[in-house]
Design a protein around this ligand. Structure first.
Ligand SMILES: N[C@@H](CCC(=O)N[C@@H](CS)C(=O)NCC(=O)O)C(=O)O
Length: 210
């Protein structure tokens, strides 16, 4: 399989962190990572639009030449074919709880943080919009507050003792926030601890550049 990605872009980074976590834990997932430069607009070339008519990353290419888009669908597919070690919980309740955290990390942090970056200093060249930046910045504290609470018992990862897809999603959002100079309020002390500790781990170091 091939995975089309671009460095620092948050949705590809979710999948890349997931793959790095699985590899570090001993899973052998045979995926070649190929760069499509968002900086150079390669996502809009016909070659890439054949992979994803939406012109977005990431895209997974199966060995038969067909494609799968959407970072969550890609991660869930890879997890189904390589369930060990589990990164979405081990029973229905755990899986629901991990998906709850992952959705909070995506909809409440990664997505709004990315909108703030794109409306202030867009690496894709989108026009600045102070109104949009203010709107999405005002959304961030709600989900950050919920995630802060989950970490309040000192757990190393969002769902407990082991990394899950929720950690990958949150860190992908945090890295893009760092890239775009969007501050995650340091008053969220548990999140600051989680961020510092997560980034020091080998799987994170192999993917993150900021
Ligand atoms: N819902 C999609 C979002 C994909 C997406 O927005 N990807 C961004 C990078 S993080 C992209 O490719 N942007 C290029 C563009 O909009 O031109 C997913 O989760 O995969």
């Amino acid at each position: 399989m091939k995975l089309y990605v671009f460095i620092v872009a948050p949705n590809p980074t979710r999948v890349r962190l997931y793959l790095a976590e699985k590899a570090a834990a001993g899973a052998e997932i045979d995926v070649e990572q190929i760069t499509v430069s968002l900086r150079d607009g390669e996502q809009r070339l016909s070659e890439h639009l054949k992979r994803n008519p939406m012109g977005k990353l990431p895209v997974l290419e199966f060995d038969d030449g067909s494609f799968l888009t959407e970072s969550s669908a890609i991660i869930e597919y890879l997890e189904e074919i390589h369930p060990q070690p589990p990164m979405i919980g081990t029973n229905p309740r755990e899986r629901a709880q991990v998906r709850e955290l992952d959705r909070l990390a995506h909809d409440g942090v990664l997505f709004p943080a990315a909108r703030v970056v794109h409306s202030t200093n867009s690496p894709l060249g989108l026009p600045p919009s102070p109104e949009m930046a203010a709107h999405f910045a005002s959304i961030l504290p709600d989900a950050l507050g919920v995630l802060e609470e989950r970490l309040a018992d000192g757990r190393p990862f969002l769902a407990g003792d082991h990394p899950t897809i929720a950690d990958c999603t949150l860190q992908a959002g945090f890295q893009f926030a760092r890239f775009g100079k969007v501050e995650i309020d340091p008053a969220f002390e548990q999140l600051a601890r989680w961020d510092r500790d997560y980034r020091q781990r080998e799987p994170a170091c192999s993917v993150l550049v900021l």
